[in-house]
Unconditional design. Structure first.
Length: 265
């Protein structure tokens, strides 16, 4: 499945403008044969928008979700997008996956919140592994800081995730995460990782770009630069199967040893 990574901070504070950016990117991705388009963390509203997070937060089935479903249908590709999700009195940092026919396939709420800003405005999610079937692949969802915890990604590997979709807001000086850590996560867990960042200055944050689709061999199948970008690469089940057959990490695990470390088998 050809996968498109939309590296963009959009237009912080304007859901309407960000939907226009997403619509244009979906058109370009579809023309290039993509079956899935992935955005950055909090793409629909912007990340560094202060109390705008609460004001712009919507339920998973809100107007913005309907708008994304409409453009997914019109362009004929699935979309995974980051947004603030309102549920009762809580606001979550979320990603939602919508299929090419407009069906809401899965929603994930960020479980590991990063820094004072996120902890002040968001409630952490409590479901570590969220998956959906798409195009013959098992898609897993995660957000930014979550991927830096090896237990999280290993849980996805053990649950059979083929492509781990990770909208992110990776900022300076932590670019080594995009450059080095994410490809290693893909290799050690034998899955693809689509890590999709924001770009440029936003409030007090400088986002480093460097979005990557990392393969199970630990290489970058596609890599963006530091600015706004749309990059594409294929997630190939045959490559994944061959890599898993050749790499023994998961089969060589010894879960009985891990209990003393506080790690479930």
């Amino acid at each position: 499945m050809r996968t498109a990574l939309l590296q963009s901070s959009g237009r912080p504070g304007s859901v309407a403008e960000n939907l226009k950016v997403l619509d244009a990117a979906a058109g370009r991705a579809a023309e290039a044969g993509a079956g899935l388009l992935v955005t950055s963390e909090m793409f629909l509203t912007g990340y560094a928008i202060g109390d705008g997070v609460g004001r712009l937060a919507e339920p998973a089935d809100g107007e913005a979700a309907d708008a994304v479903a409409e453009l997914a249908c019109r362009h004929g590709l699935a979309v995974a997008y980051g947004y603030p999700e309102r549920a009762a009195e809580a606001v979550f940092n979320s990603v939602q996956l919508i299929s090419a026919d407009g069906t809401r396939l899965a929603g994930y709420r960020k479980t590991h919140l990063f820094g004072p800003f996120e902890r002040e405005v968001f409630t952490p999610g409590d479901e570590p592994v969220v998956q959906a079937e798409l195009g013959g692949l098992r898609i897993g969802l995660m957000i930014c800081y979550d991927v830096e915890f090896p237990e999280n990604v290993r849980a996805h590997a053990l649950a059979g995730t083929d492509l781990l979709v990770v909208p992110t807001a990776q900022m300076h000086p932590f670019q080594f995460v995009a450059e080095s850590l994410v490809p290693v996560r893909a290799f050690e867990n034998q899955l693809y990782v689509a890590y999709v960042n924001r770009a440029g200055q936003e409030g007090d944050f400088e986002f480093v770009g460097l979005s990557v689709l990392a393969g199970p061999d630990g290489t970058a199948r596609a890599r963006a630069g530091r600015g706004e970008d749309l990059v594409l690469a294929d997630v190939d089940p045959a490559v994944l199967a061959a890599s898993r057959a050749a790499n023994p990490y998961l089969s060589d695990r010894r879960p009985g040893l891990y209990g003393s470390l506080g790690i479930p088998g």
